[in-house]
Design a protein around this ligand. Structure first.
Ligand code: GLC
Ligand code: GLC
Length: 638
């Protein structure tokens, strides 16, 4: 029996007896005691969180009871194989912190035509060493405009062009059998305007109108828009769009993506149902899309509100009851203080690391690692039992999300610096090597972000040598600072921008498609030939990845800063159990030295863990342009 503080015992009894009354929900034997055990352990959290969100409503008790029943029903439906996985991961809860973890992300259609095509690429995924595969949104979506699938018309139907739910289940099982976790998006901030709920809302059904933020006139939209940022200003100004019947509906992103109204508990329960459905198909990790936007309150920017955290924790508590091994990955591309707040074992165990991503590019442009070093020092370490997902670029644009306060401490003006970075990466700055294109260039606010593949941003179109070195340098940081490295598949063979993107139906106005090319088959064919840029990148990355997998210090995320006393060279230490790896990375275009004095905290004899060669620190270290080195070191005695 639960005795946790704050739990209304009568309510809990009510929920339990409702559970007990449903004989089919309380199976006999071991499974039944597992259910009771988990409810005893996690119900207090769910109660507290759900109460915080909806406790003031007269129907709170019915809502909670319905949620509990729904959760128990979902557990009942969970396949035995997944329950076994739950048990295994309960015993080994840090499985995702291993230095063997490696992620890849791709669009099903662009990379492999369909789900069967993805299945056929499993041997390649194993060659690469993937343990985590993020398939971009693969659900039913409007045509041709779906924001790359981020407008979902049904969470229970796979886009028929890609396959069926049954194929997704089979794929999940086959990936699992090959040691690869399946990651899909949980796009829970909005649905497409073609979703059944949206259609009903559009038809005037009051029950479903309450699923969204719909108002009869501009009064409330105007009031909200006083404080709300524009996300896709190229698409539409403000946050609301007019419906055919003259009402206004909230659409943060595109006009066809309508924001769900979580102040309505029916929406929470409906989406919890969709979430558990996905979990029971064999999805291991949900990428929680656009978490910053999920709660709105008048008079606020409607981003990163405290209730957004409560809501995520409540979804998480639902998982602990009915799909205990499921993990959440936060997609919060916001101020680094806010990014950090989503990272918690009880909220999102994983998070994109957008700051590190952006600052890798920043350091590459400036040839100065100060901001990146500062970020590693003050913003890298996160709670035990959580992990970063480190990436060089994603399917989205690169936004310069560093904190202006951090930059100011280094004498950098954030606004001017972003302008410089934007002009550098779109090749308007003299001497730039980058071939990016602008995304959502907003002359009114001066805001702009960057699209481009890793290789194009590193200048591979213009010449190979330094560009390949830059590609490897950028990845070396993502592979070794701590967290799951995530490759945008195709980048490991140096895929270039797709300048024809605008010709594809529905893509013309969204420059992010420039960096979402089709499967670069010709490049893959050359991946083992080190004399080609494809091979140099691929084999270079493969070497780093196998070193990473063999280096226990790279497990987890703990990082100890290291001051190199050289603005061109990034340094950081990764402590293991009684051992230490020191990483040094030269972001400048000239040779750079780290003096013996700077390295004097370490014993003179170090080992380069990539080449296996001994390195004498007593002479200091000189790195070539874009060179990095991973050294196993020992603290100097005395
Ligand atoms: C996320 C996705 C992005 C999409 C947006 C709206 O930021 O990464 O691609 O446009 O959410 O769903
Ligand atoms: C994300 C980010 C924004 C990005 C957009 C989609 O949530 O906030 O920077 O551009 O959605 O690309």
């Amino acid at each position: 029996m639960v005795e946790a503080a704050g739990v209304d015992q009568a309510l809990w009894q009510h929920a339990l007896s409702a559970l007990g009354a449903q004989a089919d929900l309380m199976p006999e034997g071991q499974d039944s005691s597992d259910v009771r055990h988990r409810f005893d352990r996690h119900f207090p959290d769910l109660y507290r969180l759900f109460h915080a969100l909806y406790g003031s409503r007269p129907d709170f008790q019915e809502q909670l009871t319905a949620l509990v029943l729904q959760t128990a029903r979902s557990w009942n439906d969970r396949p035995a194989e997944l329950k076994a996985l739950d048990a295994e991961r309960e015993r080994n809860s840090g499985w995702f912190l291993s230095n063997n973890m490696l992620g890849g992300v791709c669009y099903v259609d662009r990379y492999a035509e369909d789900l069967d095509g993805v299945r056929a690429r499993i041997p390649y995924f194993k060659e690469l060493g993937l343990t985590y595969l993020h398939l971009m949104p693969l659900f039913l979506a409007p045509e041709p405009h779906s924001d790359g699938g981020y407008a979902v018309s049904s969470y229970r139907d796979v886009n028929p062009k890609l396959g069926t739910m049954e194929q997704l289940r089979d794929l999940a099982a086959e990936l699992r059998a090959n040691g690869i976790s399946l990651v899909v998006d949980f796009i829970f901030n909005h649905t497409s305007d073609e979703h059944e709920w949206a259609r009903r809302a559009a038809a005037g059904d009051p029950e479903f109108s309450d699923y969204y933020w719909i108002y009869p006139d501009r009064t409330m939209p105007d009031a909200f828009e006083q404080n709300v940022r524009e996300i896709f200003p190229d698409d539409h100004p403000g946050s609301f769009i007019e419906m055919p019947d003259g009402r206004w509906v909230w659409a943060t992103f595109h006009t066809f993506q309508w924001d769900l109204n979580y102040s309505n508990p029916d929406v929470f329960r409906a989406m919890a149902g969709e979430m558990l459905f996905l979990a029971n198909q064999g999805v291991d990790i949900l990428r929680m899309d656009a978490v910053a936007f999920i709660w709105k309150r008048l008079g606020t920017p409607c981003e990163n509100l405290p209730e957004a955290h409560t809501l995520l924790q409540a979804f998480n508590a639902v998982c602990r009851l009915a799909a205990p091994s499921l993990l959440f990955k936060s997609e919060a591309i916001v101020h680094p203080d806010e990014v950090a707040l989503y990272i918690d074992p009880a909220e999102c165990q994983l998070s994109y690391n957008p700051l590190q991503m952006a600052l890798i590019w920043e350091a590459m442009a400036t040839r100065d690692v100060s901001l990146l070093a500062q970020a590693l020092e003050r913003r890298h370490n996160i709670p035990a039992g959580t992990s970063w997902v480190n990436y060089v670029r994603s399917h989205d644009d690169i936004g310069w999300t560093f904190a202006d306060e951090d930059a100011a401490e280094l004498g950098i003006n954030g606004f001017d610096h972003r302008r410089f970075l934007n002009s550098f990466y779109v090749n308007r700055f003299p001497g730039s090597f980058a071939r990016g294109v602008p995304f959502q260039d907003n002359p009114r606010t001066g805001d702009c972000r960057i699209s481009g593949t890793t290789a194009s941003l590193c200048g591979l179109e213009d010449g190979t040598g330094q560009a390949v070195d830059r590609i490897l340098l950028a990845h070396s940081v993502a592979f070794s600072t701590g967290g799951i490295p995530l490759l945008y598949l195709g980048d490991e063979v140096g895929q270039l921008n797709d300048y024809g993107y605008a010709l594809e139906e529905g893509h013309g106005t969204d420059s992010r498609w420039v960096h979402r090319p089709h499967y670069p088959g010709e490049r893959y064919a050359k991946r083992h030939d080190r004399t080609t840029p494809e091979g140099a990148v691929f084999e270079g990355l493969r070497t780093l990845l196998s070193v990473r997998a063999a280096t226990p210090e790279f497990a987890g995320t703990r990082l100890v800063p290291f001051t190199t006393n050289n603005r061109g060279v990034l340094g950081y230490q990764r402590p293991g159990e009684g051992s230490l790896v020191l990483a040094l990375a030269n972001f400048s275009d000239s040779h750079q030295s780290i003096t013996a004095q700077t390295l004097s905290g370490f014993a003179a004899g170090a080992v380069d863990i990539v080449t296996g060669s001994p390195v004498a620190l007593s002479d200091g270290i000189t790195l070539r342009p874009q060179e990095f080195i991973w050294l196993r070191v020992t603290p100097a005695l005395g």
